[in-house]
Design a protein around this ligand. Structure first.
Ligand code: PEP
Length: 251
């Protein structure tokens, strides 16, 4: 009943011309797989051109971040009003933003609320470090991140929210969590928190992705898990063939 969503996080890759050329090749390749929501996440500088290149297709565009204010003295940041006509989604709370840009749980929450207020759907990333994982703290840590991110977000808005479980130790490392581990955290922790906060009916509508070294050869394992509703993909989203294969497997 939940439409799978596969989102590509391009990170700091592809120039403006490369981004446009890429989506022009990607769009026809992804066109047949309408049962899957397909999303690309270019850099800020390419958002307008990619959005224009994809107009008339059903492929959605995501920004890789967002600020919570409408304007002001926030050097390097992008306000929701500046991208609200270009994107459907915004990735918030990615572990690289938490680690390198100091994005806190409180900021993740402010950004998620600001996105929703501007008609942008947040993809909220959560996940534990290797140390936390080895210390058996995954469930409590990830559950806490989810609760903090969703503070003040109404049940009515929740179906617009996507959550991505991305264990930090699996991002860009080639070490992926098994399907069983992903299911345990996504179903046993994240969806359980959503049920606690919003009740079963709302919680069952919310899509939860797995992210962390997702590749064509492990995608089927994730998609066969009952609570995994797609993937947030870094490396494999940069190649037309690999990203198309992921979408095809999810379809
Ligand atoms: C990501 O950037 O969100 C990610 C999961 O990267 P990768 O697929 O390369 O591990």
């Amino acid at each position: 009943m939940r439409t799978p969503i596969i989102a590509g996080n391009w990170k700091m890759n592809k120039t403006l011309p490369e981004s446009v050329a890429f989506v022009k090749e990607l769009a026809p390749a992804l066109a047949p797989y309408t049962s899957v929501e397909r999303v690309v996440g270019p850099t800020y500088v390419a958002l307008a051109a990619v959005s224009e290149a994809l107009s008339g297709t059903d492929i959605a565009v995501s920004s890789q971040g967002i600020h919570w204010e409408d304007e002001g003295a926030y050097t390097s940041q992008i306000a929701p009003v500046m991208i609200q006509d270009l994107v459907t989604y915004a990735i918030i709370g990615h572990s690289e933003c938490r680690a390198y840009l100091g994005e806190t749980d409180e900021e993740v929450n402010k950004k998620a609320r600001a996105a929703l207020a501007h008609g942008i759907k947040p993809i909220i990333a959560v996940g534990e470090s290797l140390e936390q994982n080895e210390a058996g703290e995954t469930s409590s840590f990830v559950g806490g991140q989810v609760r903090a991110a969703l503070e003040g977000i109404s049940a009515e808005d929740m179906p617009k929210v996507v959550i991505a479980y991305e264990p930090i130790w699996a991002i860009g490392t080639g070490k992926s969590a098994s399907g069983e581990i992903a299911q345990n955290i996504i179903g046993g922790t994240i969806r359980a928190v959503l049920i606690d906060l919003y009740g079963d009916e709302v919680a069952q509508k919310i899509r939860i992705q797995y992210g962390g070294s997702v590749k064509p050869d492990n995608m089927a394992e994730y998609m066969s898990q009952p609570d995994v509703d797609g993937a947030l993909v870094g490396g494999a989203s940069l190649k037309v063939d690999a990203f198309t294969e992921l979408v095809k497997i999810a379809a």
